[in-house]
Ligand binder design. Structure first.
Ligand SMILES: Nc1ncnc2c1ncn2[C@@H]1O[C@H](COP(=O)(O)OP(=O)(O)O)[C@@H](O)[C@H]1O
Ligand SMILES: [Mg+2]
Length: 349
């Protein structure tokens, strides 16, 4: 078994995944440019992250921060004319360098769960056909066995009367039930990674926590890693070991989820935390973040959050691009992080 990252020149695409024991996902210096009405628009800038085997990583940030695009680049589900540079290694394979059958093979180790399952599931196909198709075509499992496994997985995600459910159509199921079906579909493929993009945002609150609990329990049981996208910091902490915060297409902070809550290093993380509804004082006013989020293409070359930051000073705008400083237990992209730490923690007024 190789325990270190193979040296450059080894053809990663042809090695057996069994040989690689590095992190499951290693994104390094990822930039993404999309084309909007013929014009190029950079939406991700220098994104680097790792996900260990079996680990859950949350990606949080306001709408437009680049969370979905990060997940879609990893899953290779990008719009036409998208250009990604940098590297993404999945289980040791250089994902951006793969094409055709080798890409398909590596990609089959990932499953994606979207916010709105109805947009991704064929409304005129029965739930049973949807669930068994992949097993039969990719896994070469016979119809009877595939049906059995699908029904078993449906009961694992908490769906009863599975034989009847298999004959139903997506339109016959509630949003929460359909999201359970999507989780079942994801797990049936025995992936190494599930990318879940706001999987419960469209559901009512009670259903949200039920669906989240199922995803959390089953992915733990199966040892599947999770990239969990949410705008809810508390949910991120409840479900994920580590949380990465994005702003304007960049990573601004990454830490263990619990530490991120009581010891944020970036003013944006602290602002996000202050903007959360306070469950103990539901009527208290939210500290809304002034201004509005921007895209990577609109951001200055200096700190992207600067114009909204209560701590911005002339030294921030006089600097060039702000690097992501990586320490042993956190990473932060703020020139004043060390000095601001106590204030962001609330130790000092
Ligand atoms: N298909 C697309 N074409 C062009 N721009 C897009 C497309 N999808 C998203 N974007 C832009 O990319 C940026 C990042 O979007 P996204 O990753 O969806 O943000 P998030 O998931 O954090 O809300 C946004 O500014 C958004 O407007
Ligand atoms: Mg999104």
């Amino acid at each position: 078994m190789i325990t270190s990252v193979p040296h450059a020149g080894v053809n990663l695409a042809t090695r057996s995944p069994l040989e690689y024991s590095g992190p499951l996902v290693e994104v390094d210096g990822l930039n993404l440019t999309l084309e909007v009405n013929g014009a190029k628009r950079q939406v991700l800038r220098d994104v680097s992250l790792t996900i260990e085997r079996g680990e859950a990583l949350a990606l949080v940030g306001e709408s437009g921060a680049g969370k979905s695009m990060t997940a879609r680049t990893i899953a290779q589900l990008l719009p036409d004319r998208a250009t990604a540079t940098g590297t993404i290694r999945f289980d040791g394979h250089d994902l951006l360098g793969l094409r055709g059958e080798s890409l398909r093979r590596v990609r089959s180790e990932m499953a994606v769960i979207f916010q709105d399952p109805r947009a991704y599931i064929n409304p005129v196909r029965r739930i049973g056909d949807f669930l068994t198709e992949q097993l039969r075509t990719v896994g070469h499992v016979d119809r009877q066995q595939a049906t059995q496994r699908a029904q078993q997985m449906l009961s694992e995600v908490g769906i009863t009367d599975t034989a009847r459910r298999m004959r139903q159509y997506p339109g016959d199921l509630s949003g929460g039930m359909l999201q359970r079906v999507m989780i079942a579909a994801a797990l049936l493929g025995e992936p190494k990674l599930i990318l879940a993009d706001e999987p419960t945002t469209a559901l009512d609150v009670t259903t949200q926590s039920e669906v989240m609990a199922i995803l959390d329990e089953l992915r733990h049981a199966a040892g599947v890693a999770l990239l969990f996208i949410t705008h809810d910091l508390d949910l991120a902490a409840a479900v994920c070991d580590r949380t990465t915060v994005m702003y304007a297409g960049q990573i601004v902070e990454s830490q263990e989820s619990v530490a991120l809550h009581h010891d944020p290093r970036h003013p944006y993380t602290a602002a996000l935390a202050a903007a959360r509804p306070d469950l103990e004082r539901p009527k208290s006013r939210l500290a809304a973040i002034p201004g509005h989020p921007i895209g990577a293409w609109e951001a200055a070359d200096t700190c992207a959050f600067g114009p909204r930051c209560p701590f911005q000073q002339s030294s921030c705008t006089a600097s060039g691009p702000v690097p992501l400083t990586i320490e042993s237990s956190y990473a932060v992209r703020c020139l004043r992080a060390d000095e601001l730490g106590p204030r962001l923690r609330g130790d000092v007024e």
